[in-house]
Structure formats: C-alpha cells, structure tokens
Design a protein around this ligand. Structure first.
Ligand code: UD1
Length: 433
C-alpha cells in the first residue's frame, strides 16, 4: 500500500495553483444525464473521485470525452488549466447505480433525481455507513417523493419511479443538505411546473450547478440564497461551464503556509469562496494579501488560538475542520472546535495525538492546547479531510512522518506531493510500504 513520507519542520515558500472543485465537478458531471446535447466542463480536477463518477455515468450510458491541457480563450475560463470533459446523455440505457460504485463514493446518490427526471425510474444502491457518521439520504428521498416519485427500499437499493413524471412542489428541507439540494435542483429542472426549495444549501458549489443548469436552459432563480425557485422546462440543451476553484484545496494550502510559518501564493482561486476560514486565519495573526487571481498567505510565530464552529456555508466548513485542528495545535493558548454538521468527525484526533498534539474531545467539541513543537510520527489516514490534517501536521513537525492509506488523499487532492514539493516541502510517495 502506498504511503507519504514527510521530513517536516521546513517553512514553505512558493506558488500553488488551485484546481477545480471536486464537490462542484461531481454534480456538474451528473448534469450530463439531463441533456442529449454536449455539456462541456472546463477546469476539471484530476482526482480518483472524478474517475469513479466517469465510470458510474458511462455505465448509465452517458458519453464522456476527456482532454487535458489549457482550455479556450473564453474569458470565464481564464487561467484554467485542468481537463476539459464533454458529456452527453442522449443514450441512457441503464438506470441502475450499482453497489460497487456507490459504496466508493457517496456522491453517486446524485444520479437519482436526474435519472428519475429523464427516464421515469432509477435504482441506486444505498450509500450505507461512512467513516464520518451515519450520513442518511432521507432528505433526498422525501423531497423526491414530494415531486411525485414513488420510492421503495429493497435489497439494499433505492428503487424509484415516476410513472406520470415529476411535478413541481414546495419543499422545506428540515436540515441544510448540499447533496439533497443538488439532487432536487436537477430533478426539478425537468419537472412539470414550479418547485420551490426552502432552507436550501447556499454553498458555492450549489451556485455553480444552478448556473450550469440555467446555461442549459433551466429557469432557476434565487441563486446564492436559501430559497431556490425552479420553473421546470421540457428539455435542456448543451452548455459550456467552468468548474469553480476548490475552496477546500485552497484552505488546506493556506493552512500549509501558516502551519509551517512560511509564505505561499495561491493562484486560480477566490477569497470569497472561503471567507469564514480566511477571516479566522487573519484573527489568529496570519497575513493574507489579495493578488490578481488569488491571494498570498504568510505567517510567523505568535499565532493565537481561537474558537470556531462548523456550519453550512457561509459558516466555517466542516471539510476544513481537521486541517484547522492541526493549525491550532501550533498556536498559542487554547482553541475550541465545535463540529455541528457530522456527528463522528473527530477521527483524526487519535492520529493527531501521535504528533504530540494536546487535544481533548467532549461530545461535539474538541479543545486543543497549542504545543511548542510537534514531532513526526507514523500515522494512518481515516478519511479524505482527516488525511490532509495529518499531512499538515507532518509538514510542521520536526522529524519524519509516514502517512499510510493515502488513497483517501487521492480522492480529493490532485498532485499533492508535487504542489507542496514545489514550495520546498520534503515530501514523497512511497509505493508498497
Ligand atoms: C457534501 C460534501 C461534503 C461536505 C458536506 C457538508 C460533496 C460531494 N460532498 O456532502 O464534502 O462535508 O456536503 O458540507 O459535495 N443529512 C441527512 N439526511 C440526508 C442528507 C444529509 O440527515 O438525506 C445530514 C448529514 O448526515 C449531515 C448533514 O445533513 O449531518 C449535511 O450533509 P450534506 O450537506 O447532505 O452532505 P453531503 O451532500 O453528503
């Protein structure tokens, strides 16, 4: 199994170009089911989860072409260097999303609404348990039922049908869910009549997919707010859409600069995508300066611990919680982190203590007391964002760190060693460790 070896304690100096957002790219790809005409996605990241989605969509019958390299001179694509992907859903032959693919990536549940809308039926494996909590899909199912879908759970599968098509409805989500909002946006775009989604998620990735659907001819208003109004249309056309920058990759490398007390220029990204994290960084003493296509992050000793709580956007993202904990371990004083989104998202705590991090968990909160120095250690990655907190701690720690089970990292960080290595990190991938 592959591992990452880090010789830590080196301040990082350099530039990192941020890729397209995994969590935007995945639902954008699923939108390929909705139209016979080509949907062209630019600034696509190169990640294991994207490959899993390609496999899932191809077995449904979506045609997918991928090309690498600099994309057009279209202004909205300026600076984008990622892959371009073209998807077309004119020949959906199979409405089943099998267990083997869904268990690898929960976002597979996003095909449910689009398949129902286009084919009137769908059979999607239940995603099952997950390392960071039970993560049910009840909100997706109840909301689709409100649009007229009939849903049964049989032999581990969600079996859904809409023999008379989907009909617009008023839906008030009892809890903010990114995935359920995306699923419903896509289903409602082709439903008969008007759907209103209240208490909808406001994450930038939601706006990216809503703008994509509008470019395809959908009629969605309220973008960026908690109330989305979708007037269904008969069919959607093709479009060309750029994936927004990955705000979690951005935040992770911003913390890499701060935790090593170095200076990194982050390119191809935007401050407004993660204001909550960057504002908190400023509060603790990190210096952040805007540039033309991103910002520079630098820090010296003397960072001060503060309290944060995870919340739906625009609050502090749960996907940055583990990385923030690593940073707080190097700050002066005590810092509390309260996790309100997922009930079991402190899996990284036992691993972080191996670096000498002083942390105590009480229910949904963790108290971290900054220490003088962290020391390198062999550790095990448990989930995607937990893994990046171990890499960050390893970069700050004196001595050698081995991060095992790196396949978690490859799901969400493209060319991680290359990007950090270019800033002077002594980091390498070992195969067969
Ligand atoms: C998405 C992100 C993930 C991020 C999360 C929260 C993608 C591919 N993944 O996941 O990286 O951590 O948002 O920002 O975009 N819930 C229910 N019932 C449901 C659905 C969700 O109770 O039917 C709960 C979840 O267990 C969780 C909360 O709602 O406690 C938020 O989950 P949700 O926003 O749906 O997360 P995902 O879309 O799965």
């Amino acid at each position: 199994m592959e591992a990452i070896r880090i010789q830590g304690g080196v301040p990082l100096y350099g530039e990192i170009t941020i890729g397209g957002a995994k969590n935007a790219a995945l639902p954008l790809m699923v939108a390929g089911i909705l139209s016979d005409e080509p949907l062209i996605l630019t600034n696509m990241p190169e990640l294991a989860d994207i490959d899993t989605m390609v496999n899932l969509l191809r077995q449904h019958g979506v045609q997918i072409d991928q090309s690498v390299g600099k994309v057009s001179n279209n202004l909205s694509d300026a600076g984008a260097t990622g892959r371009t992907m073209t998807l077309a859903g004119g020949n959906i032959t199979n409405v089943t999303a099998p267990y083997d693919l869904v268990r690898r990536m929960r976002a597979s549940i996003l095909v449910l609404g689009p398949l129902l809308a286009r084919k009137g039926e769908a059979k999607v494996s239940l995603p099952g348990g997950c390392a960071i909590g039970t993560r049910p899909v009840d909100l997706h199912l109840k909301a689709l039922e409100s649009l007229g879908a009939r849903i049964a759970l049989k032999e581990g599968y969600i079996q859904a049908s809409a023999p008379h098509g989907l009909k617009g409805a008023n839906i008030v989500f009892p809890k903010v869910s990114v995935g359920a909002t995306e699923n419903l946006l896509m289903a409602a775009a082709l439903a008969d009549g008007v759907t209103v989604l209240e208490n909808a998620a406001r994450e930038p990735e939601i706006t990216n997919i809503a703008e994509c659907l509008n470019a395809m001819g959908a009629q969605i208003t309220g973008l960026g707010t908690g109330t989305l109004r979708i007037k269904g249309v008969k069919s959607l056309n093709g479009a060309r859409v750029a994936v927004i920058p990955d705000r979690i990759e951005t935040g992770t490398y911003a913390i890499a600069a701060a935790i090593t007390r170095g200076r990194i220029v982050l390119k191809g990204t935007r401050y407004d995508l993660l204001e909550s994290v960057l504002d908190a960084m400023r509060q603790i003493g990190v210096i952040i300066e805007a540039t033309d296509d991103g910002f520079t992050v630098s820090a010296e000793n003397g960072l001060l611990g503060i309290d944060v709580m995870t919340e739906p956007f625009p609050g502090f993202p749960t996907d940055m919680q583990a990385q923030w904990m690593a940073l707080m371990a190097t700050a002066t004083g005590a810092a509390m982190i309260t996790e309100t989104i997922f009930e079991n998202r402190f899996m990284h705590v036992p691993e972080l203590t191996r670096f000498g991090v002083d942390v105590n968990v009480h229910g949904a909160s963790a108290i971290i007391r900054g220490v003088e120095k962290l020391s390198g250690a062999p550790v095990m990655a448990t989930d995607l964002r937990a893994s990046s907190s171990l890499v960050l701690a390893g970069l700050a720690a004196v001595g050698e760190t081995f991060v095992n089970r790196v396949y978690h990292l490859d799901r969400g960080y493209e060319r991680l060693e290359e990007k950090l290595g270019a800033c002077g990190a002594r980091i390498e991938r070992l195969s067969g460790a």
